[in-house]
Design a protein around this ligand. Structure first.
Ligand code: FAD
Length: 476
């Protein structure tokens, strides 16, 4: 007997499970079909495990600086137990995984462990959208839903011609479980994942080289962000080679590690390291999903949707999260989940533009941004004014010994609107939430500046930079 439900969700990552909970809260019957583990990339190969490794690295680096705080370590010797670093990461993931399973039970959401494929009009339904599920135990099942949400996520983009073996040459998927920490590494790609790994491994003492095709790190972010992070990483010994392209044919793996050939500014460099991490973006999981049985279209590896309602070419089939491209972040997937469910339930929807979804980098120092970069705002023709203040003016930044970074605001000088906020500095990923709220409430910079911020806190960076736009900062 087929399983008849209101909503079938393909993929149990943050997009899929959030959609399931929202639908269940509204009294709808829901099935999630997940071929791997509930929690998706974010819980098992992304946000959570990577942040756990970053935290261990930060603790190690901070202890290394203990003497500056008047704390001495007998013999001055500290070391990393990599097994414990991995165990801590795994136990956090396990704890959250169990929590997620309990959440599904609490909301009576059925989770089928198997691979889903959408089928066309059939005896089960006159329109496409019934789902054939190959269960992990070898059995099969058919789900017949009124609505489908595709939330199949993404996977690392690979470079053709590289001999990936998961150890010498790996993507972030495999690197998260490396049995040992490399003594040296070539990181291909200076985007968010590349920068986080560079920061984490350099804090652990690995010799890191980043190779980036663009002329700077984080090329899609405000120019000042990439420059500030490059300065901080270089200070810790990270080599950054920009405007550089990896010659995959020139990459060799031997007993001593990886040898790579890179062309930069007309020069060919031969680089060696124990391992190579390839972090050159992610592509949507749209293959073998049965899209050809439907009017759901994809382009360049991502499902095409109406940007407001998130409906695909078939109005009863929605797609959300990494598989539609755009901002590939867990909180973007969760937001899209809520929008799709609201639309499907006939409620009023309010989709935040990709640009106004906070973008976060959990390096040391952290970085976070929202809205237009200065260059993009200018290119859009906004008459802009900007203000930028260094973190070192903040009492708490000094007390914490976290003085790297800045807060920058881009505003429309005609309307006074807040266009963008760009932060580099300790806890930037927490501080950006205030800018996100300001955007939602349509607050102008003056209102954020007028808000009383506790002292001493790092949140004063936000207040001060907003006041600085009118020359009114207290400390800048
Ligand atoms: P996913 O989490 O990818 O889940 C999709 C699920 O669908 C998967 O479990 C997959 O097995 C399943 N699936 C696919 N096809 C089928 C099928 N045919 N049948 C059944 N199941 C299927 N984002 C942040 O916001 N903050 C971070 O700090 C952060 N750090 C990251 C660090 C790394 C190293 C990486 C790689 C990503 C990071 N991200 C981060 C991004 C974040 O993980 C993704 O944006 C998020 O997981 C997307 O959620 P999703 O639900 O769209 O897809």
């Amino acid at each position: 007997m087929p399983i008849e439900v209101d909503i079938a969700i393909i993929g149990g990552g943050p997009g899929g499970y959030t959609a399931a909970v929202r639908a269940a809260q509204a009294g709808r019957s829901v099935v999630i079909i997940e071929r791997d583990k509930l929690g998706g990339t974010c819980l098992h190969r992304g946000c959570i495990p990577s942040k756990s490794l970053l935290r261990s690295a930060e603790v190690y680096a901070t202890i290394g600086e203990a003497a500056a705080y008047g704390v001495t370590i007998p013999e001055g010797k500290i070391s990393v137990n990599w097994n414990t670093v991995l165990q801590r990461k795994n136990s956090i993931v396990d704890q959250l995984f169990r929590g997620l399973q309990a959440l599904m039970k609490q909301h009576r959401i059925e989770v089928l462990n198997g691979n889903a494929r959408i089928i066309g009009p059939s005896i089960f339904s006159p329109r496409s959208g019934a789902i054939a599920v190959e269960l992990a135990d070898g059995e099969s099942e058919t789900v017949v839903p009124k609505n489908v949400i595709i939330a199949t996520g993404s996977r690392p983009r690979r470079l053709d011609g590289l001999a990936y073996d998961g150890v010498n040459i790996a993507t972030s998927d495999e690197a998260l479980d490396w049995p040992s920490r490399p003594s040296s590494i070539l990181i291909i790609g200076g985007g968010v994942i590349g920068v986080e790994w560079a920061s984490m491994l350099s804090d652990f003492g690995t010799e890191v080289t980043i190779i980036e095709t663009a002329d700077r790190l984080l090329p899609t972010e405000d120019k000042d962000m990439g420059a500030e992070l490059a300065k901080a990483l270089r200070k810790r010994g990270v080599k950054i080679i920009t405007s550089a392209s990896l010659q995959t044919a020139g990459c060799k793996v031997s007993d001593t590690g990886v040898q790579a050939e890179v062309i930069t500014k007309g020069e060919t460099l031969s680089l060696n390291a124990e391992r190579m991490l390839v972090s050159v973006g992610r592509q949507g999981n749209v293959e073998n999903l049965g899209l050809e049985n439907t009017d759901v279209k994809s382009d360049k590896g991502f499902v095409l949707v109406n940007p407001i309602t998130l409906q695909s070419g078939e109005s009863h089939i929605y797609a959300i999260g990494d598989c539609i491209g755009g901002i590939q972040l867990a909180h973007a997937a969760m937001h899209e989940a809520s929008v799709a469910i609201d639309h499907l339930l006939g409620r009023k929807i309010s989709r935040t533009a990709d640009r106004d979804i906070p973008r976060c980098i959990y390096s040391r120092p952290e970085a976070a941004s929202i809205g237009w970069t200065e260059a993009d705002a200018k290119a859009q023709g906004f008459p802009i004014r900007t203000a930028k203040l260094p973190f070192r003016i903040l009492g708490k930044a000094l007390v914490y010994g976290e003085v790297e970074g800045f807060a920058k605001v881009v505003a429309d000088s005609a309307s006074g609107d807040l266009l963008g906020v760009h932060l580099v500095g300790a806890h930037a990923t927490e501080l950006i939430a205030e800018a996100s709220l300001a955007k939602l409430l349509d607050a102008v910079p003056w209102e954020v500046g007028r808000t009383i911020h506790p002292h001493p806190t790092l949140s004063e960076a936000m207040q001060e930079v907003m006041l600085a736009l009118d020359g009114g900062a207290s400390h800048g």
